[in-house]
Design a protein around this ligand. Structure first.
Ligand code: MTE
Ligand code: MO
Length: 407
């Protein structure tokens, strides 16, 4: 197995080489056999299957993702099928005593109860996709092993989030000159080194204030799919930042700080960055991740299914990048290793910061060993053929390969 990335300037080539070497060393590389057999189900070994049909990676804290086939059943993901990614057990919060505090570079510090929040600010809802930066992490490990929860392609979901606009709360507090970043702090207690830290995030003030008609820059939410937030998803209050990786949408939100710089919290200052070696210098050189990348995944049929020779019904999701105003414009599926592509039919609404669901009838020959999907966004950007390996296994968005067995 390769232990280091070649120091070539052609990173794409390096990845391909490593992937081949990996397969070769693992004894499964053969002529015409691509990476497919390894993709689905990778990392599932340690995970536990529950009656709720979720793949549970860890129980305390809970880290779980749905079976892919569940995801394409509905554009809005039911809460029961929505992944959970928590760094510590759910904090116990008394909603009656709960206060959200707002401090920092503002004119008027605030301490707001849940009743005051819903009573003083206009309620609004948005449909937005939440996805973990570690979605598809198990595919990084095919190139070179990475640590962390071995997510398959299920830590993603689309929900209707209801609450108040963050911009309205910041306007009430009054932003001072020099206010550039908004920090969020959760009420959870994460053991880190010798101490306990909360989960934290931050977003630029400009993003917080960037409300469009149908799309707020960020929301402080109390409901998910028109029901009160569940403890796993951050009750009683969570931030939701459309277009950004899930890590910026802080659950159990207790504190907001307005600052001239990004949050020094571990999950902004160190984690959630793209690094290769992970040297202290490299961490310092890298900026925090914000927007999620263009992506697409095949959810049906299940991995390693036997598919008949002839037309096969294929379905999945595609996510536009978190670039403002960008939506999905095309999804293509190939059953011949990328030589020819069938354009899929989009079966859901098409919006910025939201996934689309799609389906396609694809002609599969008896020799086919995999199906591939790739998406194109409204700016004309196409998903890259190869995912870019990084130490923490974030943002994997290479063409998705689904292994199948032709008849
Ligand atoms: N307070 C707090 N907020 C958090 C987290 C956390 O561990 N603690 N995890 C983050 C990460 S990494 C993701 S991907 C999303 C997951 O949201 P979900 O569990 O509601 O799906 O929550 C984010 N917000
Ligand atoms: Mo995440």
């Amino acid at each position: 197995m390769p232990t280091e990335l070649p120091s070539t300037t052609d990173f794409k080539y390096a990845i391909r080489t490593n992937r081949r070497e990996f397969l070769h060393d693992a004894g499964v590389f053969g002529a015409g056999l691509a990476i497919a057999p390894w993709i689905a189900g990778v990392g599932a070994n340690a995970a536990e299957q529950t009656s709720s049909n979720m793949i549970v990676h860890t129980t305390s804290p809970l880290n779980s993702e749905p079976q892919l086939g569940e995801l394409t059943k509905s554009w809005i993901t039911p809460v029961e099928s929505f992944y959970v990614r928590s760094h510590a057990p759910n904090p116990k919060i008394d909603p009656a005593a709960f206060r959200l505090t707002v401090e920092g570079l503002i004119d008027k510090p605030l301490s707001i109860s849940l009743a005051e929040l819903s009573g003083s600010f206009e309620e609004t809802s948005v449909v937005a996709t939440m996805t973990c930066a570690g979605n598809r992490r198990s595919e990084h490990s095919l190139i070179k092993p990475v640590g962390g929860v071995p997510w398959q392609a299920g830590p993603i979901g689309n929900a209707r989030w209801s609450g108040v606009r963050l911009s309205d709360v910041l306007k009430k507090a009054g932003l001072k000159d020099g206010a550039k970043h908004v920090w969020f702090e959760g009420l959870d207690e994460i053991a880190k080194g010798d101490g306990i830290i909360p989960f934290g995030a931050s977003i630029p003030v400009r993003k917080a204030m960037a409300d469009a008609d149908a799309m707020p820059g960020a929301l402080l939410t109390t409901k998910m799919n028109d029901q009160p937030l569940t403890p796993d998803h951050g009750a009683p209050l969570r931030g939701v930042v459309p277009g950004y990786i899930g890590a910026r949408s802080v659950k159990w939100l207790g504190k907001i700080v307005v600052s001239d710089r990004p949050s020094p919290n571990h999950y902004v200052a160190t984690a959630y960055k793209l690094v290769q070696e992970g040297t202290p210098i490299e961490w310092d050189e890298s900026g925090p991740l914000y927007r999620f990348p263009l992506n697409s995944v095949i959810c049906v049929p299940a991995a390693n299914s036997k598919v008949p020779n002839g037309k096969v019904a294929v379905a999945g999701y595609a996510l536009p990048p978190g670039t403002p105003g960008t939506s999905i414009s095309k999804i293509e599926v190939s059953a011949d290793g990328g030589r020819s592509w069938v354009v899929a039919k989009i079966t859901s609404p098409v919006r910025e910061h939201c996934w689309v669901l799609w389906k396609a009838d694809v002609n599969v020959s008896s020799s086919a060993s995999e199906l591939i999907v790739r998406a194109t966004d409204s700016r004309g950007d196409v998903q890259p053929e190869l995912g870019q390996w990084n130490l923490k296994g974030y943002m994997f968005n290479g063409w998705y390969h689904l292994p199948v067995r032709g008849e």
